[in-house]
Design a protein around this ligand. Structure first.
Ligand SMILES: *[C@@H]1O[C@H](CO)[C@@H](O)[C@H](O)[C@H]1NC(C)=O
Ligand SMILES: *[C@@H]1O[C@H](CO)[C@@H](O)[C@H](O)[C@H]1NC(C)=O
Ligand SMILES: *[C@@H]1O[C@H](CO)[C@@H](O)[C@H](O)[C@H]1NC(C)=O
Length: 460
């Protein structure tokens, strides 16, 4: 149904900017992975950090309810009107489309009247708790860019936990607790996001802000992403550079806004009074008309396009990276350890492209002995794979190893380990050496420029 839907390109932080107009353009958009530039050597590609645009992520999720038969209407049952507990002749019937309230209705188009919503069975088994887990799964890491907003059609629950997973549902962490009485429900002091600061932004809080029952008109629960961004970017999110700088350097912060799954744990429906009215248990149930989740595919700043194909999101990786999140270097491009792109320096960031492996450019046999297995090293332990060191990966011909990431070669030599004569590369050996030598440049750059002809065009 959403075959080959492209989430790509252009506006970044769309929601943020549309809400926060007018919006300065001084910070980067990161909407291009490369551009052609002109240098002394002609046209070459310039690579930049890039990411998909922020979009409505509810189109790409799978929803699962626990218990699975908790949706109302099978068998049909009556419930009390929202907001009018003494009109208890409404009917939910799963087999009649007009009276059914299946989970899909949490994600359909809003703005219809009356609104469409998912509804649970009523609390007829009171005092056994009425609890429902709603699990939203993307099978892909995504980065949240705007508040999660849940709109209840009934009263907001008395107790609820929003949880997240970063490992496709294997482990779960609480994201936020919601209760009419935090101390009573979760033994936590009530807090609001506004009580947090830059230093406590990752604290998991219990909030009472969104839990008043039946009586008020308010139907919405937020998980406040933008308020948390604001600790770094300022109240109107003007200083995005500062936020990006923090996201770049603090993995914990980045991970905080990253999820593969979300789970809404409804623990106790809105009661609205101190006591549960046991004579009218059909008053108590959960009903949700809308869930908003905005974010983008996490592509480690190596892609602007995220494709939805076969019910699966995948980054279309650039910079010679590969994997669902562009989390590793392509085969034959493992000339240095993979690393994510960087937002810095603003506005274009740093692409940190993968560079060709030594073995892919035809080395002399001698060379293979020295560097036999760099690719397997990198795959198994990317953090520790060195380009050069003083044990196995010696720089040759008098080159010196600089920070384990490159060899500084004597003028006459080039190549990643200074294994090549410069004149060989220029095809001028035998003639007066020096004259045919190419201009000084990093070996990686020289290698790259030889490969540029085959770059694929950008998809817009
Ligand atoms: C909901 O999920 C939690 C784990 O996150 C689990 O402990 C609990 O039993 C589940 N509740 C239901 C009703 O399935
Ligand atoms: C990646 O490799 C291709 C050849 O397969 C090359 O054309 C392209 O320029 C490379 N891109 C980067 C960023 O290195
Ligand atoms: C490279 O490493 C892999 C696993 O780490 C090993 O199986 C393989 O034999 C190694 N190859 C060479 C040439 O040493």
């Amino acid at each position: 149904m959403y075959l080959s839907r492209f989430l790509s390109i252009h506006a970044l932080w769309v929601t943020v900017s549309s809400v926060m107009q007018p919006y300065p353009l001084v910070w980067g958009h990161y909407d291009l992975c490369k551009t052609q530039i002109y240098t002394e050597e002609g046209k070459v590609w310039d690579y930049m950090a890039c990411q998909p645009e922020s979009t409505d992520m509810t189109k790409y999720l799978k929803v699962k309810l626990d218990p699975p038969d908790i949706t109302c209407g099978d068998p049909p049952e009556t419930f009390c009107a929202m907001g009018n507990p003494y009109m208890c002749n409404n009917e939910c019937d799963a087999s009649t489309p007009e009276l059914a309230h299946p989970p899909e209705l949490m994600f359909d188009f809003e703005g219809r009247h009356p609104s469409t919503f998912w509804q649970s069975a009523t609390w007829k088994e009171y005092p056994k708790p009425l609890q429902v887990n709603i699990t939203l799964s993307w099978s892909k890491t995504i980065e949240l860019t705007d508040n999660i907003v849940i709109t209840f059609e009934s009263g907001r629950p008395d107790q609820m936990i929003l949880e997240k997973s970063l490992d496709y549902g294997r482990t779960w962490q609480p994201y936020q607790y919601y209760a009419t009485d935090c101390l009573d429900a979760f033994h936590m002091d009530p807090k609001s996001v506004k009580d947090l600061s830059q230093h406590t932004v990752l604290e998991i809080i219990c909030t009472e802000e969104y839990s008043t029952g039946y009586t008020t008109n308010s139907k919405i629960i937020h998980f406040e992403i933008k308020d948390r961004f604001a600790f770094f970017a300022g109240p109107r999110l003007r200083n995005m550079a500062s936020l990006y700088g923090q996201l770049d350097t603090t993995k914990k912060l980045r991970d905080f806004f990253t999820v593969t799954d979300l789970r809404i744990r409804l623990l106790r429906p809105a009661v609205g009074e101190i006591f549960v009215d046991e004579l009218h248990l059909a008053r108590y149930f959960y009903a949700i008309s809308d869930i908003k989740v905005r974010g983008r595919c996490k592509c480690n700043l190596h892609a602007t396009v995220c494709v939805y194909d076969n019910s699966k999101l995948t980054c279309e990786c650039e910079h010679n990276t590969t994997g669902p999140d562009c989390g590793k270097c392509k085969k034959n491009y493992q000339g240095r350890p993979w690393s994510p792109g960087s937002y810095l320096p603003i506005p274009k960031g740093t692409a940190n492209t993968c560079i060709p492996s030594i073995s892919s450019i035809g080395n002399p046999p001698k060379f293979n002995r020295i560097w036999p297995n760099i690719s397997s090293l990198e795959v198994s332990n990317p953090k520790q794979a060195n380009v050069c060191d003083n044990e196995l990966l010696h720089c040759q011909n008098g080159g010196t190893c600089h920070n384990n990431v490159r060899c500084l070669c004597p003028a006459a030599y080039t190549g990643i380990l200074c294994e090549k004569l410069r004149c060989e590369e220029a095809g001028s050996c035998g003639s007066d050496s020096g004259q045919g030598a190419p201009p000084q440049g990093s070996p990686a750059l020289l290698l790259l420029t030889t490969l540029l002809g085959t770059a694929s065009p950008l998809v817009f």
